[in-house]
Design a protein around this ligand. Structure first.
Ligand SMILES: [Zn+2]
Length: 413
């Protein structure tokens, strides 16, 4: 039998995933949110929060809903926030979702439709949920647990807190964002409207997985200027920018490429090149968990540019490096209570939380960097995200919600 909490999460999840909220990477440049369906869900959430009696509520024009439940304790504690995004990816169709609930999963393969089957062998996580409730797709779209599982979990806890004033807590903030999947979600984020000291994104996957570290990232633009000359009389005069650029790329250590690294190892990646024999523009992505290592690579590129200039006299190589985001662990170190409260909450619930590294960035990392707000990421119970084989496990979703509630409790002592 489902607990009251599990029932509520499932009911909310099934209602939210059928709202078309696929975001649009191109439209987002001029329109926030990029698609109207995202407003449908944002407005629905705002109405539901109001219906819970939550009055401290704001719907920002860029497509962010912020709600707060005031403190009901007499000592001051840091304000905690929980954040999830309403949009879905477009890797496969994210609209027209028809979720299917499987009660008492039997441990076997799950046919989604006549063509596609979710194979138990390829999804060993499924074996943890035999006899339990799963939600799958009909094989034609993704499911949208990324991140409507997070939305449903946060909304269920908001309702639980609002209707149980005997639960003691400090100020709790709930944030629902749009266009996360486009990568531009935080570009016009209304920081001035939030008041949290620390935040958690509920936007992960597998049960008990949490993420508190992401890459430091730099984008490096390298410009090669050659010297053009009539090819018939080029000897000793022509300097070919393409030759210089290919020397430069070939000199990058292959052992420090994305395809040769994992875990904590960082890399150089040539991402884009365009040009002619006189002018070449090269863009490189540098990534590392350790900021010193990232900066070492930037310096290495600068020396390499000097070497290229020495090897190709009169050729010029200009290096322009920009840090794009930083490992959120740097911020978390200044405000250790974000991780401490999360780990304590897990311990008290008997959940063995496992910290994973994100070989990328997150909205939480942006928030951490831009406002010094630590923002670890918590599992949602969704699997195979951005795929027609996406599935969610209700017990894991319930655990995510229980963890949210316990973090509130731990942070209010
Ligand atoms: Zn997500």
């Amino acid at each position: 039998m489902h607990s009251q909490l599990a029932k509520e999460i499932l009911e909310r999840f099934l209602r939210y995933v059928v709202i078309d909220t696929m975001s649009d990477e191109e439209a987002v440049v001029t329109k926030r949110p990029s698609t109207d369906g995202q407003w449908d869900l944002l407005n629905l959430l705002a109405d539901e929060l109001k219906g819970m009696g939550i009055t401290d509520l704001e719907v920002d024009e860029h497509g962010v809903v912020i709600a707060r439940i005031p403190s009901n304790i007499d000592h001051a504690v840091p304000t905690v926030a929980f954040m999830a995004h309403v949009d879905t990816a477009d890797d496969v169709n994210g609209n027209g979702v028809k979720p299917r609930v499987i009660e008492a999963y039997d441990g076997k393969d799950i046919p989604l439709n006549e063509t596609y089957t979710l194979l138990a062998e390829e999804n060993p996580e499924l074996a943890n949920y035999i006899g339990q409730t799963l939600i799958v797709t009909d094989g034609t779209t993704l499911l949208g647990s990324d991140d409507k599982a997070g939305v449903a979990e946060i909304m269920s806890i908001a309702r639980h807190l609002a209707s149980n004033p005997q639960i003691k807590h400090g100020v709790v903030e709930f944030i629902f964002t749009s266009d996360e999947e486009t990568g531009a979600g935080m570009d016009s984020f209304p920081y001035e409207k939030i008041s949290c000291d620390y935040c958690y994104t509920i936007d992960g996957g597998k049960r008990y997985e949490i993420e508190s570290e992401c890459f430091n990232a730099a984008t490096v633009k390298v410009h090669f200027s050659g010297v053009s000359y009539h090819l018939g009389a080029a000897r000793g005069r022509l300097v070919n920018a393409l030759t210089m650029a290919s020397f430069f790329i070939n000199a990058l250590p292959q052992a420090e490429s994305p395809e040769a690294t994992d875990g904590r190892y960082g890399y150089y990646c040539a991402q884009n090149i365009s040009g002619t024999s006189t002018d070449v523009n090269l863009t490189l992505y540098l990534r590392d968990f350790d900021l010193d290592q990232l900066n070492r690579r930037i310096e290495a590129l600068r020396s390499l540019a000097k070497t290229a200039e020495a090897l190709y006299p009169h050729g010029k190589v200009a290096v322009d490096a920009k840090h794009v985001y930083y490992n959120m662990a740097l911020v978390a170190k200044n405000k250790p209570f974000a991780m401490d409260n999360l780990l304590d909450a897990g311990k008290e619930l008997g959940m063995e939380l496992k910290s994973e590294l994100i070989r990328g960035g997150t909205d939480g990392a942006r928030m951490a960097n831009e406002r010094n707000i630590p923002c670890p990421n918590i599992f949602t119970g969704g699997h195979n995200l951005h795929s027609r084989f996406e599935w969610a496990a209700l017990p894991a979703m319930e655990d995510a919600a229980r963890l949210i509630l316990k973090i509130i409790e731990v942070g209010s002592r």
